[in-house]
Design a protein. Structure first.
Ligand SMILES: [Cu+2]
Length: 172
């Protein structure tokens, strides 16, 4: 999207000039470099591990309100060296390489289902704070959203929800 920067700047200025008016659908879509048209991330939460050094669990809801299918290809969390998409099925979890979300579809990353596992957490990630979640799509577009950092107590629940699976050995 870098090549669009001058255009985006021009649109931003236009948007400011037209403050109070409803932006047209197209310009609204292009005015935010970190927003993929029609995609919305809500309720993002990163549950910090009870034991330092263990991975954190990331949860969020992604809605595709565009008229095209999108393919979520990667996730990252500011302050985590690595983040992976996983899916828990029948008590075991496996990496999720990518995920197609159809037009109108809502996908939940939640305990006991699809989730994000974040590894090698920076000490700056502390409960009660915020970080940034970035979703990267197969076409290279990205969507970023704030992600709340939750206390380790909830992480215990997370592990129970995974039927006692030891996440510390889940780094590949
Ligand atoms: Cu996992």
């Amino acid at each position: 999207m870098k090549r669009l920067a001058p255009l985006l700047l021009a649109i931003s200025i236009t948007a400011l000039a037209a403050c109070g008016q409803q932006a047209s659908k197209d310009s609204a879509a292009e005015s935010a470099p970190e927003a993929k048209p029609g995609l919305a991330v809500t309720g993002a939460e990163l549950v910090l591990p009870a034991v330092k050094g263990n991975p954190a669990g990331g949860y969020f809801t992604l809605v595709n309100n565009s008229d095209k299918p999108v393919t979520l290809a990667a996730v990252s969390i500011d302050g985590a060296a690595k983040a992976e998409m996983h899916e828990t099925k029948g008590g075991t979890m496996a990496p999720l390489a990518n995920l197609e979300i159809k037009p109108g579809e809502t996908v939940k990353f939640e305990r006991g289902g699809k989730h994000v596992m974040a590894f090698d957490l920076d000490a700056k990630l502390t409960a009660g704070g915020n970080s940034e979640l970035t979703l990267t799509f197969a076409d290279g577009d990205k969507v970023s959203a704030p992600i709340k950092l939750a206390a380790a107590g909830a992480a215990m629940e997370h592990i129970e929800g995974m039927e006692g699976m030891d996440h510390s050995e889940h780094s590949n």
